[in-house]
Design a protein around this ligand. Structure first.
Ligand code: AVI
Length: 323
Protein backbone atom coordinates (compact mmCIF):
# COMPACT_ATOMS: atom_id res chain seq x y z
CA UNK A 1 0.00 0.00 0.00
CA UNK A 2 0.21 3.06 0.72
CA UNK A 3 2.37 0.43 0.03
CA UNK A 4 -0.09 0.69 3.00
CA UNK A 5 -0.80 4.04 4.60
CA UNK A 6 1.01 3.28 7.81
CA UNK A 7 0.67 6.57 9.59
CA UNK A 8 0.13 5.04 12.96
CA UNK A 9 2.67 4.56 15.69
CA UNK A 10 3.44 0.97 16.63
CA UNK A 11 3.86 0.62 20.36
CA UNK A 12 4.79 -3.03 20.29
CA UNK A 13 2.91 -6.31 20.81
CA UNK A 14 0.88 -5.64 17.70
CA UNK A 15 -0.70 -2.46 19.09
CA UNK A 16 -0.77 0.40 16.68
CA UNK A 17 -0.83 3.98 17.97
CA UNK A 18 -1.01 4.50 21.68
CA UNK A 19 -4.44 3.61 23.01
CA UNK A 20 -4.62 7.06 24.62
CA UNK A 21 -4.28 8.98 21.40
CA UNK A 22 -6.56 6.55 19.55
CA UNK A 23 -9.17 7.07 22.30
CA UNK A 24 -8.68 10.84 22.29
CA UNK A 25 -9.06 10.99 18.49
CA UNK A 26 -12.16 8.77 18.56
CA UNK A 27 -13.77 10.88 21.29
CA UNK A 28 -12.97 14.13 19.45
CA UNK A 29 -13.96 12.76 16.02
CA UNK A 30 -17.27 11.25 17.15
CA UNK A 31 -18.15 14.39 19.16
CA UNK A 32 -17.59 16.73 16.20
CA UNK A 33 -20.54 18.33 14.41
CA UNK A 34 -19.46 16.44 11.28
CA UNK A 35 -18.27 13.12 12.68
CA UNK A 36 -14.87 12.06 11.37
CA UNK A 37 -11.93 9.72 11.99
CA UNK A 38 -8.41 9.72 10.52
CA UNK A 39 -7.79 7.06 7.82
CA UNK A 40 -4.63 6.08 9.68
CA UNK A 41 -6.83 4.04 12.01
CA UNK A 42 -7.74 1.61 9.19
CA UNK A 43 -4.30 0.07 9.29
CA UNK A 44 -3.97 -2.53 12.00
CA UNK A 45 -2.82 -5.97 10.76
CA UNK A 46 -6.32 -6.86 9.50
CA UNK A 47 -6.75 -3.46 7.83
CA UNK A 48 -3.38 -3.75 6.08
CA UNK A 49 -4.42 -7.19 4.77
CA UNK A 50 -7.74 -5.79 3.58
CA UNK A 51 -5.91 -3.00 1.78
CA UNK A 52 -3.67 -5.57 0.04
CA UNK A 53 -6.87 -7.41 -0.98
CA UNK A 54 -8.35 -4.16 -2.35
CA UNK A 55 -5.26 -3.82 -4.56
CA UNK A 56 -6.17 -7.16 -6.17
CA UNK A 57 -9.83 -6.34 -6.87
CA UNK A 58 -10.62 -5.80 -10.56
CA UNK A 59 -12.01 -2.31 -9.86
CA UNK A 60 -9.08 -0.84 -7.89
CA UNK A 61 -6.92 0.22 -10.84
CA UNK A 62 -4.38 2.32 -8.88
CA UNK A 63 -1.84 -0.36 -7.89
CA UNK A 64 -1.87 -2.20 -11.22
CA UNK A 65 -1.66 1.02 -13.21
CA UNK A 66 1.17 2.51 -11.18
CA UNK A 67 3.15 -0.75 -11.28
CA UNK A 68 2.78 -1.00 -15.06
CA UNK A 69 3.82 2.64 -15.42
CA UNK A 70 6.86 2.15 -13.18
CA UNK A 71 7.87 -0.91 -15.21
CA UNK A 72 7.73 1.19 -18.39
CA UNK A 73 9.58 4.27 -17.09
CA UNK A 74 11.99 2.82 -14.52
CA UNK A 75 15.04 3.50 -16.73
CA UNK A 76 13.94 7.10 -17.34
CA UNK A 77 13.44 7.66 -13.59
CA UNK A 78 16.83 6.07 -13.00
CA UNK A 79 18.46 8.56 -15.37
CA UNK A 80 17.67 11.28 -12.76
CA UNK A 81 19.26 9.26 -9.93
CA UNK A 82 22.83 10.34 -9.10
CA UNK A 83 25.73 7.97 -8.28
CA UNK A 84 26.11 6.64 -4.73
CA UNK A 85 22.46 7.32 -4.01
CA UNK A 86 20.52 6.39 -0.87
CA UNK A 87 16.95 5.50 -1.83
CA UNK A 88 14.59 6.40 1.04
CA UNK A 89 11.08 4.89 0.88
CA UNK A 90 8.32 6.48 2.98
CA UNK A 91 5.92 3.77 4.24
CA UNK A 92 7.82 0.90 2.63
CA UNK A 93 5.52 -1.97 3.70
CA UNK A 94 6.51 -5.12 1.81
CA UNK A 95 9.05 -3.23 -0.40
CA UNK A 96 7.51 -4.46 -3.68
CA UNK A 97 7.53 -1.44 -6.01
CA UNK A 98 11.00 -0.28 -4.99
CA UNK A 99 12.46 -3.31 -6.80
CA UNK A 100 11.44 -1.80 -10.14
CA UNK A 101 13.66 1.20 -9.39
CA UNK A 102 16.51 -0.80 -7.90
CA UNK A 103 16.63 -3.11 -10.92
CA UNK A 104 16.96 -0.08 -13.21
CA UNK A 105 19.35 1.96 -11.04
CA UNK A 106 22.55 0.08 -10.11
CA UNK A 107 23.99 3.43 -8.91
CA UNK A 108 21.81 3.13 -5.76
CA UNK A 109 24.18 2.06 -3.01
CA UNK A 110 21.82 2.08 -0.03
CA UNK A 111 18.13 1.43 0.58
CA UNK A 112 16.43 3.10 3.57
CA UNK A 113 12.94 1.66 4.06
CA UNK A 114 10.94 3.66 6.65
CA UNK A 115 7.94 1.92 8.16
CA UNK A 116 6.10 2.06 11.45
CA UNK A 117 5.70 -1.71 11.60
CA UNK A 118 8.89 -3.32 12.89
CA UNK A 119 7.69 -6.78 11.83
CA UNK A 120 6.95 -5.68 8.26
CA UNK A 121 10.29 -3.90 8.10
CA UNK A 122 12.26 -6.89 9.41
CA UNK A 123 10.77 -9.38 6.97
CA UNK A 124 11.01 -6.99 4.01
CA UNK A 125 14.65 -6.19 4.89
CA UNK A 126 15.54 -9.89 5.08
CA UNK A 127 13.97 -10.48 1.64
CA UNK A 128 15.76 -7.46 0.18
CA UNK A 129 19.13 -8.63 1.60
CA UNK A 130 18.69 -11.96 -0.20
CA UNK A 131 17.54 -10.36 -3.48
CA UNK A 132 20.14 -7.52 -3.52
CA UNK A 133 23.27 -8.81 -1.75
CA UNK A 134 25.39 -5.80 -2.86
CA UNK A 135 22.89 -3.20 -1.60
CA UNK A 136 23.50 -1.65 1.84
CA UNK A 137 20.30 -1.68 3.91
CA UNK A 138 19.52 0.92 6.58
CA UNK A 139 15.95 0.29 7.77
CA UNK A 140 14.27 2.87 9.99
CA UNK A 141 11.34 2.00 12.25
CA UNK A 142 9.40 5.24 12.37
CA UNK A 143 6.19 6.97 11.47
CA UNK A 144 7.17 8.23 8.03
CA UNK A 145 5.16 11.42 8.52
CA UNK A 146 7.29 12.24 11.55
CA UNK A 147 10.75 10.87 10.63
CA UNK A 148 13.18 13.67 11.42
CA UNK A 149 16.61 12.12 10.83
CA UNK A 150 18.11 9.56 8.48
CA UNK A 151 20.51 6.84 9.66
CA UNK A 152 24.01 8.32 9.98
CA UNK A 153 25.38 5.77 7.46
CA UNK A 154 23.58 7.54 4.59
CA UNK A 155 24.31 11.16 5.50
CA UNK A 156 27.10 11.42 2.88
CA UNK A 157 25.04 9.79 0.10
CA UNK A 158 22.97 11.60 -2.53
CA UNK A 159 19.35 11.32 -1.42
CA UNK A 160 16.41 10.03 -3.44
CA UNK A 161 12.94 9.67 -1.88
CA UNK A 162 10.21 7.27 -3.06
CA UNK A 163 6.55 7.78 -2.12
CA UNK A 164 4.35 5.64 -4.39
CA UNK A 165 0.71 4.52 -4.30
CA UNK A 166 -1.00 7.95 -4.25
CA UNK A 167 -0.70 7.91 -0.47
CA UNK A 168 -0.13 11.66 -0.91
CA UNK A 169 -3.84 11.77 -1.84
CA UNK A 170 -4.87 10.68 1.65
CA UNK A 171 -3.56 13.96 3.05
CA UNK A 172 -5.56 17.15 2.68
CA UNK A 173 -3.66 19.83 0.70
CA UNK A 174 -2.27 21.49 3.86
CA UNK A 175 -1.07 18.16 5.25
CA UNK A 176 0.41 17.23 1.85
CA UNK A 177 2.42 20.46 1.69
CA UNK A 178 3.58 20.01 5.29
CA UNK A 179 4.66 16.43 4.54
CA UNK A 180 6.50 17.42 1.34
CA UNK A 181 8.27 20.24 3.23
CA UNK A 182 9.39 17.82 5.88
CA UNK A 183 10.69 15.39 3.25
CA UNK A 184 12.55 18.34 1.69
CA UNK A 185 14.20 19.07 5.04
CA UNK A 186 15.02 15.39 5.58
CA UNK A 187 16.53 14.74 2.13
CA UNK A 188 18.17 18.16 1.68
CA UNK A 189 18.77 20.53 -1.24
CA UNK A 190 19.33 18.89 -4.59
CA UNK A 191 17.50 15.72 -3.57
CA UNK A 192 15.13 13.86 -5.90
CA UNK A 193 11.68 12.67 -4.80
CA UNK A 194 9.72 10.15 -6.88
CA UNK A 195 5.99 10.40 -6.10
CA UNK A 196 3.03 8.41 -7.45
CA UNK A 197 -0.30 10.27 -7.63
CA UNK A 198 -3.70 9.27 -8.96
CA UNK A 199 -5.25 11.63 -11.48
CA UNK A 200 -8.80 13.02 -11.61
CA UNK A 201 -10.90 11.00 -14.05
CA UNK A 202 -14.44 9.99 -14.95
CA UNK A 203 -16.73 9.38 -12.00
CA UNK A 204 -17.79 5.79 -12.89
CA UNK A 205 -14.16 4.58 -12.85
CA UNK A 206 -13.51 6.27 -9.51
CA UNK A 207 -16.81 5.13 -8.03
CA UNK A 208 -16.17 1.50 -8.99
CA UNK A 209 -12.64 1.58 -7.52
CA UNK A 210 -13.98 2.49 -4.07
CA UNK A 211 -17.14 0.35 -4.29
CA UNK A 212 -15.78 -3.05 -5.40
CA UNK A 213 -18.38 -5.73 -5.99
CA UNK A 214 -16.85 -8.19 -3.53
CA UNK A 215 -17.27 -5.67 -0.71
CA UNK A 216 -13.59 -5.64 0.29
CA UNK A 217 -13.53 -1.84 0.48
CA UNK A 218 -16.66 -1.95 2.63
CA UNK A 219 -14.93 -4.33 5.07
CA UNK A 220 -11.82 -2.10 5.03
CA UNK A 221 -13.96 0.96 5.82
CA UNK A 222 -15.77 -0.85 8.66
CA UNK A 223 -12.46 -2.15 10.05
CA UNK A 224 -12.11 1.11 11.96
CA UNK A 225 -15.30 0.22 13.87
CA UNK A 226 -13.94 -3.29 14.52
CA UNK A 227 -10.83 -1.68 16.01
CA UNK A 228 -12.85 0.68 18.20
CA UNK A 229 -14.92 -2.26 19.48
CA UNK A 230 -11.85 -4.36 20.24
CA UNK A 231 -9.41 -1.74 21.49
CA UNK A 232 -11.68 0.86 23.07
CA UNK A 233 -14.53 -1.28 24.42
CA UNK A 234 -16.92 -0.08 21.72
CA UNK A 235 -20.29 -1.62 20.90
CA UNK A 236 -20.67 -0.60 17.25
CA UNK A 237 -23.08 -2.89 15.37
CA UNK A 238 -21.39 -3.14 11.94
CA UNK A 239 -24.69 -4.00 10.24
CA UNK A 240 -26.18 -0.72 11.45
CA UNK A 241 -23.74 1.22 9.24
CA UNK A 242 -23.55 1.40 5.46
CA UNK A 243 -20.39 1.92 3.37
CA UNK A 244 -20.58 5.07 1.25
CA UNK A 245 -17.86 6.13 -1.20
CA UNK A 246 -18.57 9.14 -3.40
CA UNK A 247 -16.83 11.59 -5.69
CA UNK A 248 -16.64 15.19 -4.46
CA UNK A 249 -15.94 17.22 -7.62
CA UNK A 250 -15.49 20.55 -5.77
CA UNK A 251 -12.62 19.10 -3.72
CA UNK A 252 -11.42 16.68 -6.43
CA UNK A 253 -11.49 13.75 -4.03
CA UNK A 254 -13.12 10.42 -3.37
CA UNK A 255 -14.62 10.36 0.11
CA UNK A 256 -15.43 7.37 2.26
CA UNK A 257 -18.08 7.53 4.95
CA UNK A 258 -19.97 5.14 7.20
CA UNK A 259 -23.65 6.05 7.26
CA UNK A 260 -25.87 5.19 10.22
CA UNK A 261 -28.89 3.20 9.00
CA UNK A 262 -30.94 4.09 12.10
CA UNK A 263 -31.14 6.47 15.06
CA UNK A 264 -28.80 4.84 17.57
CA UNK A 265 -26.56 5.34 20.60
CA UNK A 266 -23.08 3.82 20.49
CA UNK A 267 -20.66 3.44 23.39
CA UNK A 268 -16.90 3.69 22.90
CA UNK A 269 -13.89 4.87 24.89
CA UNK A 270 -16.09 5.47 27.94
CA UNK A 271 -18.41 7.85 26.06
CA UNK A 272 -21.84 7.57 24.41
CA UNK A 273 -22.35 8.96 20.92
CA UNK A 274 -25.71 9.61 19.24
CA UNK A 275 -26.12 8.87 15.51
CA UNK A 276 -29.21 10.00 13.59
CA UNK A 277 -30.49 7.79 10.76
CA UNK A 278 -28.57 8.89 7.66
CA UNK A 279 -25.81 10.64 9.65
CA UNK A 280 -22.31 10.17 8.23
CA UNK A 281 -18.99 9.35 9.84
CA UNK A 282 -16.30 10.61 7.41
CA UNK A 283 -13.40 8.13 7.35
CA UNK A 284 -11.16 8.97 4.36
CA UNK A 285 -10.37 11.41 1.59
CA UNK A 286 -8.49 10.29 -1.49
CA UNK A 287 -7.52 13.35 -3.53
CA UNK A 288 -7.21 13.01 -7.30
CA UNK A 289 -4.87 15.43 -9.07
CA UNK A 290 -4.41 17.33 -12.29
CA UNK A 291 -0.88 18.09 -13.52
CA UNK A 292 -1.17 21.83 -12.62
CA UNK A 293 -2.68 21.06 -9.20
CA UNK A 294 0.08 18.59 -8.31
CA UNK A 295 2.79 20.94 -9.63
CA UNK A 296 1.41 23.78 -7.47
CA UNK A 297 1.25 21.54 -4.38
CA UNK A 298 4.86 20.42 -4.89
CA UNK A 299 6.11 23.93 -5.50
CA UNK A 300 4.38 25.22 -2.34
CA UNK A 301 6.66 22.78 -0.49
CA UNK A 302 9.84 23.79 -2.37
CA UNK A 303 9.90 21.02 -5.02
CA UNK A 304 10.07 21.52 -8.80
CA UNK A 305 8.70 18.93 -11.23
CA UNK A 306 11.79 17.75 -13.14
CA UNK A 307 9.94 15.05 -15.11
CA UNK A 308 6.54 13.46 -15.05
CA UNK A 309 4.89 10.47 -16.73
CA UNK A 310 1.18 9.68 -17.06
CA UNK A 311 -0.15 6.18 -17.73
CA UNK A 312 -2.71 5.40 -20.41
CA UNK A 313 -6.27 5.59 -18.98
CA UNK A 314 -7.13 5.16 -16.17
CA UNK A 315 -4.57 7.91 -15.65
CA UNK A 316 -2.02 7.64 -12.87
CA UNK A 317 1.10 9.84 -12.74
CA UNK A 318 4.64 9.51 -11.47
CA UNK A 319 6.57 12.71 -10.75
CA UNK A 320 10.31 13.21 -10.37
CA UNK A 321 10.55 16.21 -8.05
CA UNK A 322 13.78 18.13 -7.47
CA UNK A 323 14.46 20.00 -4.21
C1 AVI B 1 -3.67 3.91 0.52
N1 AVI B 1 -4.52 4.79 -0.23
C2 AVI B 1 -3.78 5.47 -1.32
C3 AVI B 1 -5.77 4.15 -0.70
C4 AVI B 1 -6.61 5.14 -1.52
O1 AVI B 1 -6.96 4.79 -2.64
O2 AVI B 1 -6.87 6.22 -1.02
C5 AVI B 1 -6.60 3.62 0.46
C6 AVI B 1 -7.94 3.08 0.01
N2 AVI B 1 -9.10 3.52 0.42
C7 AVI B 1 -10.05 2.84 -0.18
N3 AVI B 1 -9.51 2.00 -1.04
C8 AVI B 1 -8.16 2.12 -0.93
Amino acid sequence: MFSSLRLARDVGAGTVESEDSFAADVIAGLSAREKNLSPKYFYDAAGSELFEAICHTPEYYLTRTETALLETIAREIAADIPPDAALVEFGSGASHKIRLLLDAAPQVSTYVPIDISEDALQSATARMARAYPRLALAPLVDDFTRALALPSAVRACNKVGFFPGSTIGNFNPQQAVAFLRQVHRLLGNGALLVVGADMAKDEPTLHAAYNDRQGVTERFNKNVLVRINRELGGDFNLDAFEHLALWNPQESRMEMHLVSRIDQLVNAAGHTFAFKAGERLHTENSYKFTLPAFTALASAAGWQVAHHWVSPAPHFAVFNLRA
